[in-house]
Design a protein around this ligand. Structure first.
Ligand code: SAM
Length: 236
């Protein structure tokens, strides 16, 4: 199913088709790791985790963790005394993530089945990673809830595909293959799908954005400010 461009951003209302996503990711779970071409994309994941500026003992949330492809980098960054929590709405993706953690023997990784738009976890995190989670990042409510789970001065890093515009529109292949051919529901909302960091920017005040692959991929990073922080301390 594909949703149309009818939704407004910034409303704080639920916009994610959770049942449709669960169905889509059930179909995908078995082939997801192959589809995500880890050998090609691991460098981008590693760089994104570095932008979280995690230290040993920190806690980090992998929001929309899927099968846990980012776990190795997160576990490495926080060390055995740190904590990695993976949250995802798809039980099928989570089953793969659980298997990955068990095989690797990561005792500090825990998994939670949760819809990002209803996220309510114990405590706050030093960092949040959300990778290739277009639906989450284009939902104002999901991003607001995630940021509420971030400690003051905690870092949020998001990465994924951008729906390119203008002459680059034909480069939309990754987007089209992933969401249309595999029939995963996705938000095609004009503003947020061409600029998936919009809601994060609103929630944090400022983010730094890096685009690659001719503008079809982005990474956005920002810090949750506390009263008295200047604008320059929010993104870097
Ligand atoms: C494309 S996969 C990305 C998985 C992983 N982050 C990665 O980098 O490989 C998107 C994931 O987001 C999850 N997801 C989609 N909407 C969600 C929501 N509202 N709340 C939680 N997880 C969601 C899906 O179940 C899926 O596992």
């Amino acid at each position: 199913m594909e949703r149309e461009d009818t939704r407004q951003s910034g409303t704080g209302a639920p916009v994610i088709d959770a049942a449709g996503s669960r169905r889509g990711y059930r179909r995908l779970a078995r082939i997801y790791d192959w589809l995500a071409v880890p050998w090609l994309t691991n460098g981008l994941r590693r760089e994104a985790v570095a932008r979280l500026e995690l230290r040993r003992g920190y806690s980090v949330l992998d929001l929309g963790c899927g099968t846990g492809l980012s776990f190795p980098f997160l576990v490495d960054a926080v060390g055995p005394d740190g904590r990695v929590v993976g949250a995802d709405l798809s039980p099928d993706q989570l089953a793969r993530a659980r298997e990955r953690a068990a095989v690797a023997g990561w005792e500090n990784v825990s998994l939670v089945e949760a819809n990002a738009e209803e996220l309510s976890l114990d405590g706050q995190f030093d960092g949040i990673l959300s990778s290739y989670t277009h639906d989450i990042m284009t939902s104002p409510l999901a991003v607001e809830r995630a940021v509420a789970h971030l400690k003051p001065r905690g870092r949020f890093v998001a990465l994924g595909f951008v729906r390119p515009t203008g002459w680059r529109a034909p480069l939309n292949l990754a987007f089209v293959i992933f969401y249309k051919v595999l029939r995963v529901p996705v938000n095609w909302d004009a503003e947020t799908s061409h600029r998936p960091w919009t809601n994060l920017e609103r929630a944090l005040g400022r983010v730094s954005v890096k685009e690659r692959l001719l503008g079809t991929w982005y990474r956005a990073a920002g810090t949750k400010a506390v009263a008295g922080d200047g604008p320059e301390s929010r993104a870097s």
